[in-house]
Ligand binder design. Sequence first.
Ligand code: C5P
Length: 230
Amino acid sequence: ALPRDLEGRRVVISAGGTREPLDPVRYLGNRSSGRQGYALARVAAHRGAEVTLVAAHTADLAAPAGVRVIKVGTAEELRSVMLAEADGADAVVMAAAVADFRPVSHVEHKIKKSDRDPDPLALTRNPDILAELVEARGAGKLAASLIVGFAAETGDATTSVLDHGRAKLARKGCDLLVVNAVGDGRAFEVEDNAGWLLGGDGTEEPIPFGAKSRLASTLWDAVNRQWHRQ
Ligand code: C5P
């Protein structure tokens, strides 16, 4: 049995991939399954936390027992739910794959096939929700004890996965960043779960290869340690 060591804590977790509509039937999306975010929610609830899971599009996953699930579609919807739910939370974990761009406009009626060439797709940037949560907290507009980000990185000839992760942690300013190594430049198909847990205080902990529930436990252990230090 898992320890009930997260009892009395309220945590908010985002999961899945956002979908940015072009028209009523088409969207820009990504391949996120939501499994890591769901595993985080399930493990946290088992360990006694009060869990809100903000789910963008996911694979067909069962809602974890005892977890409040709020479904969202777009990055903008995810943003407004996260900003509201994160206030007063003991931990906020951004495990969702947020679309970096969205179509500048989406139309009410299905875009029709036509004989002329289509216009190029005009895109605009989506807000960086994680950075915004950190900023809102810094400005005293949001109370959240710990803010955690995820980063799926590939290493290249000059910069390792770990260095990309360190740079991202500095850029986003979150308290913890889970860095997942994806691919290795040779086998892009392969995605393992090996990675690192980087702390804003400079700590770096390797995450052993394993299932997503295992990574979830490692993360909650680290979060719990930080809570006890606060
Ligand atoms: O910059 P990158 O997308 O690699 O950062 C990943 C982290 O930032 C994840 O925690 C993701 O949920 C979050 N993110 C966000 N808003 C975005 C893009 C990413 O909150 N627009």
